[in-house]
Design a protein around this ligand. Structure first.
Ligand SMILES: C[S@@+](CC[C@H](N)C(=O)[O-])C[C@H]1O[C@@H](n2cnc3c(N)ncnc32)[C@H](O)[C@@H]1O
Length: 281
């Protein structure tokens, strides 16, 4: 079978299984199998696939047809300025989360030094993107999931920032090391009852531990806020990713814990997505 037909046949299978961007997904998967860029496929549509590559490709198409996310199949995802390694068992970095990086860089534009804590570090995409942009910043990433800690360490090496960051496997409740200029977090914030309504790619394949924010979605966010109130330096910043409908409740929780709200930033779809606050005194 040649490249053209492999994409055509793969795309038919994915379409039948209601996968939205069927042709694009096939191209990405075939490019991965051939270890080439996508443009190579377009320039070599007549080229025949050998039997081994065809088998590997068919297997990937099969997995995709069940809804396994492309990033788990290719084991990579672009986020901010870098490509991150992605593994099943850790959340796939989302474009919406880039809003937190943008906000941090703006807020710390004139700072040469900062000590940062990332709570629920996942793949490391938040803290590593910041350290990559700010060569004199240092940080710690914590996560309750050991898979996330292993992956974050791999990504730190990939981005060559491993000497400025450490990763600790711990529940946020049990962590009490250091004092920070910035605590940043994209905590699990989906209401437990709404997880079943998420797209099947997310619902069936991404870790519940990274999504489930308890019965009203704020259970884990509140833990981060409480921890930040003890671990932030005076006037330190807390930057949180929140659900599109959580602005009011999170602002009220922050105020109760002694934070001043600086700003709420919207994501690319114009939803309230990021709360910037300051620990007063
Ligand atoms: C929404 S994911 C964010 C991952 C990554 N920061 C990102 O933005 O892609 C939330 C992360 O919090 C971690 N987590 C959940 N409960 C935790 C807890 N009690 N203490 C520490 N980390 C926790 C999960 O394992 C997951 O990696």
């Amino acid at each position: 079978m040649n490249i053209f037909n492999a994409i055509k046949e793969g795309s038919k299978i994915l379409k039948k299984n209601n996968i939205k961007f069927s042709a694009l997904d096939c191209e990405i998967l075939l490019a991965k199998v051939l270890k080439k860029e996508r443009k190579y496929l377009i320039l070599n549509l007549d080229k025949k696939l050998n039997r081994k590559n065809l088998e590997i490709y068919k297997n990937l198409i099969n997995q995709r047809s069940y809804g396994k996310p492309i990033a788990y199949l290719t084991k990579k995802k672009d986020f901010w300025n870098s490509e991150f390694i992605v593994e099943e068992g850790t959340l796939i970095p989302r474009p919406d989360t880039e809003v937190l990086i943008e906000a941090t860089l703006k807020l710390f534009k004139n700072r040469d030094y900062a000590n940062i804590l990332d709570v629920g570090v996942g793949s490391g995409c938040i803290i590593l993107s910041i350290l990559n942009e700010k060569p004199c910043f240092y940080g710690t990433g914590i996560d309750i999931s050991s898979k996330s800690i292993i992956l974050s360490k791999l990504n730190a090496k990939k981005l060559s920032v491993e000497n400025r960051v450490k990763f600790i496997k711990t529940d946020v409740d049990n962590f009490s090391n250091g004092k920070y200029d910035l605590i940043i977090s994209n905590p699990p914030y989906i209401n437990s009852n709404k997880i079943k309504n998420l797209e099947k790619d997310v619902r069936n394949f991404e870790p519940k531990l990274a999504l489930d924010g308890g019965l009203d979605g704020t259970f884990k966010i509140l833990k981060v806020i409480k921890k930040a109130s003890t671990l932030l330096k005076s006037n330190g910043k807390l930057i949180l990713e929140i659900g599109y409908d959580q602005k009011k409740i999170i602002m009220s929780l922050l105020k109760k814990k002694g934070f001043y709200i600086n700003n709420i930033v919207k994501d690319y779809a114009k939803n309230d997505r990021c709360v910037i606050s300051t620990k007063i005194n």
